[in-house]
Design a protein around this ligand. Structure first.
Ligand code: PMP
Ligand code: GLN
Length: 379
């Protein structure tokens, strides 16, 4: 059959996880914790299933969970959301991103994305008959060159998709970045889609600059988050989208026919757990900073050069002192001969710049980190 997505194959995350299994490698590729979600959250989930919360959830998410999101967003970002109109609980951030793009972007329009970009953005754009316009981030800071963004805006630009903390680099946007973005979209019909799935994972005392802190941007933005990242349960696939009422209404038109609603017991569990453990999100930066710092210490004797990690749970490393080959070749060699699975950056680009960088996930237990570092330090 004639494919609608000729450029799409199996994602690099599945490919590398499969290779890790085949070669019995330590898997620092696909981004997921190798430790369990909090016991109280798991208990709340099984309680919800045993107490009869097993049928369809309300389409927009349970009221109790949306109330917790209202509280969190109010406390952290100073924005008062309307519990009925502004929040939609989704089947992971992936569903929210797809629904946002499908709801807003028409055939023939353009969406600006920053390269390297997380892999689910472009296929969602192309399925609308629209076009992704790729603006490269600067190297090696992975910062946005706003002059280039201005140059990429055309009358067809319908959306700008930002991601902070950024996957794969960990770069974070500053409040000055948000000011630049606001100036570009002011007096246009451009909608901002802000992928903030790592919102609670920022380091060294920095604060996450959510679009929800910026009243002008928040009025034209859909902000997406993921409980998978925040509560160590990527397999549960629960996330949410926040947008002002009119945008939410459009978003919900897609959501109701894409999935209708999201796994009910998990929503009950998150609602309960957030209410009784509001400190979980606040503790997350220190929790992951300890992992980041430990992982970096372990890799210090290796021949990998470590890039800075301001946020997220990925460490970029430059491997050019070890082998002179592109990142796809090096990551295959590493999983076969070095016993560690990592993610190359090339699949995150339209035109990869040929940097010698790999992404390593440090959302891992001490034992996993030790085993990986021991192998990486041998190379
Ligand atoms: N956006 C980014 C930047 C991600 O890293 C991920 C998860 N890897 C997602 C979206 C998707 O999140 P979820 O698993 O909740 O669908
Ligand atoms: N977001 C995860 C990562 O970047 C992967 C999710 C997936 O496998 N689709 O590694």
């Amino acid at each position: 059959i004639e494919t609608k997505l000729p450029k799409v194959g199996t994602t690099i995350f599945s490919v590398m996880s499969q290779l890790a299994l085949e070669h019995k490698a330590v898997n620092l590729g696909q981004g997921f914790p190798d430790f369990e979600p909090p016991q109280g959250l798991r208990d709340a989930l099984s309680r919800a299933m045993n107490e009869g919360r097993n049928q369809y959830a309300p389409m927009h998410g349970t009221a109790a969970l949306r109330e917790q999101i209202v509280l969190k967003v109010g406390q952290l970002y100073g924005r008062q959301l309307n519990v009925d109109t502004d929040i939609t609980v989704t089947s992971g951030a992936t569903e929210a991103i797809f629904a946002a793009i499908a709801a807003v972007v028409r055939a023939g329009e353009e969406v600006i994305v920053f390269d390297p970009a997380y892999d689910c953005y472009e296929p969602a754009i192309e399925l609308q008959g629209a076009r992704a316009v790729h603006v490269p981030l600067t190297v090696p800071a992975f910062a946005v060159d706003w002059q280039r963004v201005r140059g990429a805006v055309t009358p067809k630009t319908r959306m700008i998709l930002i991601n902070s903390p950024h996957n794969p680099s960990g770069a974070v946007l500053s409040s000055a970045d948000l000011e630049e973005l606001a100036a570009i979209v002011r007096d246009t019909g451009i909608v901002v889609l802000s992928d903030e799935v790592y919102e609670h994972i920022v380091y060294d005392g920095a604060q996450h600059e959510s679009v929800l802190r910026h009243p002008e941007l928040a009025e034209r933005s859909i902000v997406v988050s993921s409980f998978g990242k925040t509560y160590h349960c990527t397999g549960w696939k629960v996330g949410y989208a926040v947008a002002p009422a009119a945008l939410s209404a459009e978003f919900r038109k897609v959501h109701q026919y894409l999935t209708f609603c999201t796994f009910h017991p998990a929503q009950v569990a998150f609602g309960e757990f957030m209410a009784s453990n509001p400190e979980h999100c606040l503790d997350l930066p220190a929790f992951y900073q300890a992992k980041r710092d430990r992982f970096r210490r372990l890799l210090q004797p290796s021949r990998f050069k470590l890039l800075d990690v301001p946020g997220g749970y990925f460490q970029l490393v430059d491997y050019s002192a070890i082998r002179d080959e592109d990142d796809l070749a090096f990551s295959k060699w590493l999983v076969q001969h070095g016993g560690v699975a990592a993610i190359p950056l090339t699949p995150f680009y339209e035109n990869a710049p040929g940097t010698r960088l790999l992404r390593l996930c440090f959302a891992k237990s001490d034992a996993t980190m030790d085993a990986a570092a021991e192998r990486l330090c041998r190379l």
